[in-house]
Write a protein that binds this ligand. Structure first.
Ligand code: F6P
Length: 595
């Protein structure tokens, strides 16, 4: 694919790691039709499975990657053989943490096989982060280390799998560093989608290590198989930096192909040779690839869902329901959809009983944490209108009477009701329960892709995306702060210091940068940014309008038009016009200038 070759060539956005680059395939996604959007997402997702790309990046199907997965599988086997004092811990931030939780449900499969449960998860910010954006804990390596210690108390053997798609989260770096200091107990595995030399090298306050230095230490130990690094490139995200998409999907694929080896045929897999494990992994990966292809065969159906006007509710049954909760929770940080948060909601049939999370019910945290179908009936259904969309998510294993009953109630309020439904007609699958079980993981991936496409596509149509960048991203941790500053540079064409200055002014709603502001560190900036709205759009407007005659220009667009042939980008301004909606009560000088 030309897109892959281009984005992986060393002179394409050379200062950025793969996971932060903008994907050439989606450069015009903001101007595409719904069907066009889904088509571009399909092309992007296909990059996950590309074999030969003619570049130096490792890919999913590369021998080296599959061999590492085989080695990790053997470590999992050791834990399964001696489960009493052992644990497999999956950990990550944001979507990576949500997937750590989701994949730790392999315990359910162990339960069915009457085996001791060995999987455990950690998500930065605790269980509330499963359902809402908690970006700040991502920057805290000590918190990462302490939560790992807590989960592993008393264990003699731990396989720790830290997921950071961008090889960037200090929370995960702290955990990996801790593992490296205690090799007698911990075997660390790092999963991400950048080559090691592109791991984040920014100093972490209070630490002697950076993410990159930790990754390099792991790489050295990997030669002696005392640590493992799984970091194939899967190509840049469709929306730049949005690792919830391909990063999340690839995380699910990579971990499941390993864990599945010991589920399908039970522990008999322990008799498998490396060669058989290797081919088992390849076979599973091909099945996931096929699942992705089959999903996009429903391109027009998915495109129809993208065109939604009002709110969207995902009503799910079984484990699949969590994918709805996850997708809805991601809309807020990804698209700056905070003020519309209530408009993307996910619900799971039995609420927290079905979710089965570490910390139990969280409903006391507020309405956004009320996740049962009952909560939907009380909180949402009464005010549902024809503008709202409801998506039922279920499989043949769920109680269809229940699905129909709930569907009827929804139907009385809106005709905009759709379903993502999975079933199989395969005789083998119907006769053999384990075979359905095997298919289930691919159904999940397929559902994730559909929901990601629906929410991403809808926000594109709402004007939240410019080219393939999110404009109104929240600046709530150091990675997002850096991303925001880079975006400002790219869109305004102005110097780094000017852009960072504009960003700070927008965060602090200040006309001038005072000593008090500039003497603070990024952690302090991001804390303030947590309660500031429209930070990046405001900063961008201030950069774009800095030199024009504001007094003569009644609107942002005219203001920039007044600049003549400067590096102004009208499309960007159109997006801004729709995004900012500066209110008369705004206290910001920047925003009133923009008005
Ligand atoms: O900081 C926000 C975020 O980008 C989330 O959107 C993402 O899921 C999370 O960070 C984790 O990123 P990574 O897996 O690269 O550490």
């Amino acid at each position: 694919t030309p897109g892959t070759k281009q984005s992986e060539s060393s002179d394409y956005e050379p200062s950025l790691p793969v996971t932060e680059k903008s994907n050439p395939l989606t450069r015009d996604i903001d101007r595409a039709s719904p069907s066009g959007i889904v088509g571009m997402l399909e092309a992007c997702d296909a990059q996950m499975f590309q074999r030969e790309t003619g570049t130096n990046y490792q890919r999913l199907f590369d021998d080296q990657v599959v061999t590492t997965l085989t080695e990790v599988a053997k470590r999992v086997e050791l834990i399964l053989k001696d489960p009493q004092d052992s644990l497999v811990v999956l950990s990550g931030c944001g979507t990576s943490g949500r997937l750590a939780f989701f994949i730790s449900r392999f315990n359910e499969a162990l339960k069915q096989l009457n085996r001791t449960l060995v999987y455990s998860y950690i998500i930065a910010g605790g269980d509330r982060a499963l359902l809402s954006s908690q970006e700040a804990p991502e920057d805290d390596p000590e918190l990462g280390m302490l939560s790992l210690q807590k989960v592993c108390e008393g264990k003699k053997r731990v396989l720790f799998i830290g997921v950071s798609c961008g090889l960037s989260a200090p929370f995960v770096a702290g955990q990996l560093d801790f593992c490296l200091q205690h090799p007698e107990v911990y075997t660390p595995v790092l999963l991400g989608f950048n080559p090691t030399h592109q791991a984040r090298d920014e100093p972490i306050p209070g630490c002697t290590f950076t993410f990159r230095s930790v990754a390099q230490r792991l790489q050295e130990l990997a030669q002696r198989r005392k640590a493992f690094l799984i970091n194939p490139a899967v190509g840049p995200e469709a929306i730049s930096g949005s690792s919830r998409m391909k990063g999340g999907s690839a995380t699910k694929i990579v971990l499941e192909v390993v864990f599945l080896l010991y589920i399908n045929k039970g522990i008999a897999a322990s008799k498998k040779t490396s060669c058989l494990l290797h081919s088992g992994i390849l076979q599973h990966m091909r099945e996931y690839e096929r699942a992705v292809e089959m999903t996009y065969q429903h391109r027009e159906g998915i495109a129809a869902l993208v065109e939604n006007e009002g709110g969207v509710c995902y009503l799910g049954w079984g484990p699949m329901a969590f994918l709805g909760l996850m997708d809805a929770s991601e809309c807020n940080p990804t698209f700056g959809a905070g003020e519309r948060k209530k408009r993307w909601r996910g619900f799971i049939r039995g609420g927290y009983k079905d979710l089965n999370n570490n910390e139990g019910p969280l409903s006391s945290l507020g309405p956004d944490f009320c996740i049962a179908h009952e909560d939907f009936l009380h909180q949402v259904l009464p005010s549902l209108t024809d503008r709202d969309t409801v998506l039922l998510i279920y499989t043949q294993s769920d109680d269809l009477h229940e699905v129909v009953n709930l569907g009827r109630k929804v139907r009385e309020k809106t005709s905009n009701i759709h379903a993502v439904h999975h079933r199989t007609d395969s005789v083998e699958a119907l006769l053999n329960k384990l075979c359905i079980f095997d298919t289930f993981w691919q159904w999940e991936l397929s559902t994730k892709l559909v929901l990601n496409a629906v929410s991403t596509g809808a926000h594109i149509l709402k004007g939240k995306i410019y080219r393939n960048h999110m404009i109104d991203l929240q600046v709530t941790n150091s990675k997002l702060y850096r991303r925001a500053a880079r975006l400002l540079q790219k869109l305004s064409g102005q110097a780094e210091t000017e852009c960072e200055g504009a960003l700070l002014k927008a965060i602090y709603r200040a006309d001038k940068l005072t000593e008090e502001i500039t003497s603070c560190d990024i952690t302090a900036h991001t804390q303030v940014a947590r309660s500031a709205k429209k930070v990046v759009p405001l900063a961008l407007v201030s950069l774009l309008t800095a030199h024009c005659v504001v007094a003569l220009a009644p609107s942002v667009c005219e203001c920039v038009r007044a600049r003549g042939n400067g590096p102004c980008d009208y499309k960007a301004l159109w997006v801004l016009n729709r995004t900012i909606q500066v209110s008369a009560t705004s206290t910001s000088t920047i925003s009133s200038n923009a008005c």
